[in-house]
Design a protein around this ligand. Structure first.
Ligand SMILES: [Zn+2]
Length: 251
C-alpha cells in the first residue's frame, strides 16, 4: 500500500475529475458516532437474539423480544450525532457532483448531517410502520408506548403489527430503493465506499456493478473487503479524518 499522502493525492485527483459521484455507506461510518456495528462485540446485538421477519409476524413472544431490543437500542442512538464523515458527504452534495448517497444504515445520521439524496437500502429506525395498512409513525410515538408498558405495539386503526420501518433478516429488500441504487452505480464515474465490509449481497454488488460499467472506486474501511482488488485507492484509516481531509483539499 502506498503512503497516506500518496493515496490522498490520488483520491483528490479522482474526485476533481469526477462528474457524477455515488457514495455508498455501511455501519462503519456510524461507529465514530458511537453506534455499534451489529458485527462488533459488546454491542446491543450481542445481548439479543436476532428476530427474523418470519418470527416477527408469526409469534407474539418474538415481537416482544424485538421491541425490547429496539427499546434498548433507542437509548444508544438517541444522543448519536453525525460525525466528520457524515458532514463531509453532505458538503460534497453541495458541490453538485453527488449523484446519490446509498446507505445500508438505518440511523438517519446522513439526513441529520444535511444530506438529501439518501437512498436507504435497509429502511430507517426513525419511523415505525403498520405491516398491514402501511400507516407510519415517528419512532418517538413507539418509545412513548413502550415506556408506558406496551410490550408489542399494534396499529390503532387496523390492529396490524407495528414494526420499525427497517428491513429485517428474512424480509425482502425494498424494490424501488434497490433499483435506484443500481441506477446510481451504473451512472456514476466515481464511487466512494465508506464503512462496509461488503459481505452482504445484494448490497455488496453495488460497487462491483459500478466498476464493471467503468466507474473508479475509492474504498474507506477498517478491514479488507472481497473486492479490494477493484479499488483505485484504499484507506483503512478513520473515515472522518480521511473524508474531511479530502474535502479540505477539494476546496
Ligand atoms: Zn394498520
Amino acid at each position: 500500500m502506498n503512503s497516506l499522502e500518496e493515496r490522498i493525492t490520488k483520491a483528490v485527483k479522482l474526485l476533481k475529475s469526477a462528474q457524477a459521484i455515488t457514495v455508498f455507506t455501511g455501519a462503519g461510518i456510524s461507529t465514530e458516532s458511537g453506534i455499534s456495528d451489529f458485527r462488533s462485540k459488546g454491542g446491543v446485538w450481542d445481548r439479543y437474539r436476532i428476530v427474523t421477519y418470519q418470527e416477527f409476524i408469526s409469534s407474539h413472544e418474538a415481537r416482544v423480544e424485538y421491541w425490547r431490543m429496539k427499546k434498548e437500542l433507542f437509548s444508544e442512538i438517541k444522543d448519536a450525532k453525525p460525525n466528520k464523515a457524515h458532514t463531509a458527504i453532505a458538503e460534497l452534495e453541495k458541490t453538485g457532483k453527488l449523484l446519490c448517497l446509498v446507505t445500508q444504515n438505518i440511523d438517519g445520521l446522513h439526513q441529520d448531517a444535511g444530506s438529501s439524496k439518501v437512498i436507504e437500502l435497509h429502511g430507517t429506525n426513525r419511523k415505525a410502520v403498520c405491516l398491514s395498512c402501511g400507516k407510519l409513525w415517528p419512532i418517538e410515538d413507539m418509545q412513548v408506548r413502550l415506556e408506558a408498558g406496551d410490550l408489542a405495539p399494534s396499529c390503532d386503526e387496523c390492529k396490524g403489527f407495528i414494526k420499525t420501518a427497517t428491513i429485517s433478516f428474512g424480509q425482502a429488500m425494498p424494490e424501488q430503493e434497490m433499483l435506484k441504487a443500481y441506477e446510481c452505480a451504473l451512472k456514476c464515474d466515481l464511487l466512494i465506499m465508506i464503512g462496509s465490509s461488503l459481505q452482504v449481497e445484494p448490497a455488496a454488488s453495488i460497487p462491483r456493478e459500478a466498476h464493471r460499467t467503468g466507474s473508479k472506486l475509492i474504498y474507506i474501511n477498517r478491514t479488507p473487503t472481497p473486492s479490494d482488488h477493484l479499488a483505485e485507492v484504499i484507506f483503512s484509516e478513520s473515515a472522518g479524518d480521511i473524508m474531511s481531509k479530502l474535502n479540505s483539499l477539494l476546496r
